[in-house]
Design a protein around this ligand. Structure first.
Ligand SMILES: [Zn+2]
Length: 426
C-alpha cells in the first residue's frame, strides 16, 4: 500500500516541471508547461474576438498596437509568441489570455490621450502574463488532465461534446477573470518597470488611472471591474514611479504616430456609436429601427464587420436569407477569425438549400468556437439533406449535448436523430 503511495507521489512530482521564475530567478514548480499554456491561449483567441464583436478592420491600427506591444514585450522576461489585437468593443477595456495574447478594445483607444498611457496599460497586461496569473488560475481551478485533454481533442480536430462543454466553461472564466489585489499590485509594479525599460514615461499608467476614475462617475470602465482600483493602488504606483529617473530626456511621452492612429479611429467613431445603439434595439426586438441605424453605420464605415454581422442577424430573423448571407460573407472576409458571421453565413445557406456551401462555413465556425450548439444542429441538417447520415447523427448528438435546452430546435433534433437511427440500424 505504502509503495503504491510512494509511486503516486513520485509521479506527481515528475509531472510537475521544475523551472526558474524569470521574474525572481527563484526555483518554482509549475503544473502547466509553457508550450501548453501557449497552445491553450491560442485556442481561446476566436472566442475573445467574438465576444468583442470582431477585430477592428483597419490593418494600420492593428499594426500600430502590435508594434507598441512588441516593443514592450522585448524587455519582459518570458519569451512568448506575443500578439496584440484591437477588437470592436466600445467598452473601456484591455485584457490578456494565457500564453501572451493581448486584446485592446477600441473603446479604450477612444479615451487614451498619449502613447505612454497606452504603454502603461499594455505593460500592465504583459505583467499579468509574465507573473503567470492566468496559468496559476488554470492550475488552481482545473486538473491538468482536463486541460491536456482539451488540447489533444481540439488540436486533433475530434468531435467530443464533453470536452467542448469544458472548453466553453473555461472560456467564460478566462474572459471574465478577476484579479486579486495582490495580483494587481504585482502587475502594476512589473508593468511600470516594463514600460520604463522599453523607453516610456512610466507616469502613463498613473494618467490612465485618473482617466478611468473620471469615467467611473459616468459608467464604470470594464477594466476597473476586472482590475480593481482602490485608492491605495494609485498612491503605490506614484511612490514606485518616483524611484525612476524621470528627468531622462529620452523617455517617450507621446508620438505623432499615436495621434495619427487616434484621428483615424475617431473618424469612424460615429459608425460604432450607431452600431451600439442598434445592438440595444435588437435586444428589445426593435429590428426595423436597428436596421436603419446599421445602414447609417455602414454608410460611414462600410468595413465595419460588427455592423455587417448585426445587420446579417436582422436579415436572418426577417428570413431574407440572401441578404443575410451577403452581409455575413462580407464580414467573414474582413475578419476570418470572427465566429458569428461564419455561423450566420452557414445558417443562411442552409435555409437556401445550399447544403455543401453551408457546411463550408459551419465547419469553419466550428473550428473557431467548438462549444456553440447551433453550429452542430445546422451541420446535422446539411449532412442529412446530403444523405450523409452518420455525420448527421454525430452532429445532432453533439448539438443536443451542448444545448441548454432553450435553443428552440431541440425537439426537432431529437426527432430527426431517432428517425435516422432507425433508418441506419434497424
Ligand atoms: Zn490588472
Amino acid at each position: 500500500m505504502r509503495k503504491i503511495f510512494l509511486i503516486f507521489w513520485l509521479f506527481l512530482f515528475v509531472s510537475c516541471a521544475k523551472t526558474y521564475d524569470p521574474l525572481t530567478g527563484k526555483e518554482v514548480y509549475t503544473l502547466l508547461p509553457e508550450e501548453k499554456e501557449i497552445e491553450l491561449g491560442k485556442l481561446y483567441v476566436p472566442l475573445a474576438i467574438d465576444q468583442n464583436d470582431g477585430r477592428y478592420p483597419d490593418k494600420e491600427v492593428q499594426k500600430y498596437i502590435q508594434s507598441i506591444g512588441l516593443k514592450i514585450a522585448k524587455v519582459v522576461p518570458r519569451k512568448l509568441p506575443y500578439q496584440f489585437f484591437v477588437v470592436n468593443s466600445p467598452v473601456v477595456n484591455a485584457f490578456a489570455l494565457p500564453g501572451g495574447k493581448i486584446f485592446v478594445n477600441i473603446g479604450l483607444l477612444y479615451v487614451l490621450e498619449n502613447e505612454s498611457q497606452l504603454a502603461g496599460v499594455l505593460g500592465h497586461e504583459l505583467a499579468h502574463v509574465n507573473a503567470r496569473h492566468h496559468a496559476r488560475f488554470l492550475e488552481k481551478q482545473y486538473g491538468m488532465a482536463i486541460l491536456f485533454n482539451i488540447l489533444a481533442i481540439l488540436l486533433a480536430n475530434q468531435q467530443n461534446a464533453d470536452i467542448f462543454l469544458q472548453f466553453g466553461k473555461i472560456g467564460v472564466q478566462l474572459l471574465t477573470l478577476k484579479y486579486s489585489r495582490d495580483q494587481e499590485r504585482e502587475a502594476d509594479r512589473l508593468g511600470v518597470r516594463f514600460a520604463y525599460e522599453a523607453g516610456y514615461d512610466p507616469r502613463g499608467l498613473l494618467e490612465t488611472f485618473l482617466i478611468f476614475k473620471k469615467l467611473d462617475k459616468v459608467k464604470v470602465p470594464e477594466w476597473l471591474l476586472t482590475h480593481p482600483l482602490p485608492e491605495n493602488r494609485y498612491k503605490e504606483v506614484k511612490k514606485l514611479i518616483n524611484k525612476y529617473n524621470l528627468t531622462n530626456k529620452h523617455l517617450i511621452k507621446d508620438t505623432k504616430e499615436f495621434h495619427y492612429i487616434k484621428n483615424k479611429i475617431l473618424k469612424y467613431k460615429k459608425s460604432y456609436e450607431l452600431l451600439n445603439k442598434s445592438k440595444t434595439l435588437i435586444s428589445k426586438g426593435k429590428y426595423e429601427k436597428a436596421l436603419t441605424l446599421l445602414n447609417k453605420s455602414l454608410k460611414i464605415y462600410p468595413k465595419n464587420c460588427a455592423s455587417l454581422t448585426y445587420r446579417a442577424i436582422i436579415f436572418l430573423v426577417k428570413k431574407e436569407y440572401k441578404k443575410s448571407f451577403t452581409d455575413a460573407k462580407k464580414s467573414a472576409e474582413i475578419d476570418n477569425m470572427f465566429f458569428k458571421p461564419h455561423l450566420i453565413a452557414g445558417i443562411s445557406l442552409n435555409k437556401m438549400k445550399k447544403y455543401k456551401q453551408s457546411i463550408y462555413y459551419l465547419e469553419k465556425a466550428k473550428n473557431l468556437i467548438p462549444s456553440f450548439p447551433d453550429t452542430y444542429y445546422f451541420l446535422g441538417l446539411d449532412y442529412e439533406y446530403l444523405r450523409q447520415y452518420e455525420k448527421a447523427i454525430e452532429n445532432y448528438q453533439t448539438a443536443l449535448k451542448l444545448s441548454d435546452g432553450k435553443r428552440g430546435w431541440e425537439a426537432d433534433a431529437k426527432r430527426r436523430l431517432i428517425r435516422l437511427k432507425n433508418l441506419l440500424y434497424y
